[in-house]
Design a protein around this ligand. Structure first.
Ligand SMILES: C[S@@+](CC[C@H](N)C(=O)[O-])C[C@H]1O[C@@H](n2cnc3c(N)ncnc32)[C@H](O)[C@@H]1O
Length: 283
């Protein structure tokens, strides 16, 4: 396994180099996040063809409530206020934000969208309408689902890997494992790593402030490795806890992002500004 893949997540400190604005050529590209609606925000802040990689986990479109008691007995550690989109508005909402994402993505760029199965159909419809190319339909298998009695347990997410221009899209096939590296179970390590079902556990942040829908850092690191290079600009229009921006920064990428809920935005901003991967809960 290549170096940098395994590192201790607890109390990990971010590199604090260039936390704010950074110029590339004449374009004002920045390491900045905004407490704004992402549709208006992308229009206001991001020029056409400026983003190398989009990694995002849009609102679920189900009656999701960040119920504290479901996640931690000491409820005050879980932030509330998640902004949900009504089912009847989901298709139009998806059209609006994906139109902006298409505008800001470079032709060489890639887009990864996380989705449950409830509104997967709407995402696929809009990807088709906007002529975005579906490269892979990945499955992220996690270790925790809600217990059921009359149906099966949902323990996976869909990850739609898409591009604007298949000829120009970049992919780095040996970014995580060398060409000849063997997997411990036999066979090629890079082949195994590139299979389209990813088994990656969720992170438990005992004793620290948390949000209920946070993506594990390992998932983001894997996408960054295969679809970007250091210095690239990574966008997440739906930041939540800020995982995509924080991990992108840790991996030497530039970041931009939006979060509409003030409490989540403040949490993400504090993580970036203080250089802390995890924040201790105030007792
Ligand atoms: C599924 S969560 C993202 C979780 C995130 N991937 C993480 O690791 O923490 C979706 C987020 O989008 C936010 N959101 C909903 N509508 C928004 C909008 N129009 N603009 C920006 N953020 C929005 C929600 O408040 C929520 O925090």
């Amino acid at each position: 396994m290549k170096s940098g893949l395994v590192y201790c997540l607890k109390n990990f400190h971010l590199r604090r180099k260039n936390p704010i604005m950074q110029a590339k050529g004449n374009a004002p590209f920045f390491n900045e996040i905004f407490n704004e609606d992402c549709i208006a925000g992308m229009q206001a802040h991001l020029p056409d063809g400026s983003v190398d990689l989009v990694i995002t986990d849009p609102p679920f479109g189900i009656e999701f409530q960040a119920k504290k008691a479901n996640y931690n007995r000491k409820g005050s550690r879980v932030l509330e206020g998640y902004n949900e989109i009504k089912g009847t508005d989901y298709l139009d909402f998806t059209r609006q934000w994906l139109t902006q994402v298409k505008r800001v993505l470079k032709p060489s760029g890639s887009l990864y969208i996380f989705s449950g199965w409830n509104y997967l159909k709407e995402l696929l419809i809009v990807l088709d309408e906007l002529d975005l190319h579906l490269v892979n339909h990945l499955i992220w298998k996690y270790q925790f689902g809600l217990v059921t009695k009359r149906k099966y347990v949902t323990s996976h997410y869909h990850v739609l890997f898409c591009s604007l221009d298949e000829k120009q899209r970049r992919f780095f096939p040996y970014a995580r494992f060398d060409k000849d590296e063997k997997h411990p179970d036999g066979g090629s390590a890079h082949y195994k790593d590139k299979e389209d079902v990813w088994i990656i556990p969720r992170e438990y942040w005992n004793g620290d402030v948390k949000t209920p829908t946070k993506l594990p850092a390992e998932l983001i690191r894997k996408i960054l490795a295969y679809s970007s290079q250091p210095g690239d600009l990574v966008l997440d229009p739906f930041l939540g806890s800020g995982q995509v921006a924080v991990v992108s920064h840790l991996e030497g990428r530039r970041y931009a992002g939006f979060e509409i809920v003030p409490e989540y935005f403040k949490f993400a901003k504090k993580r970036l500004d203080t250089g802390s991967y995890r924040l201790k809960a105030e007792e």
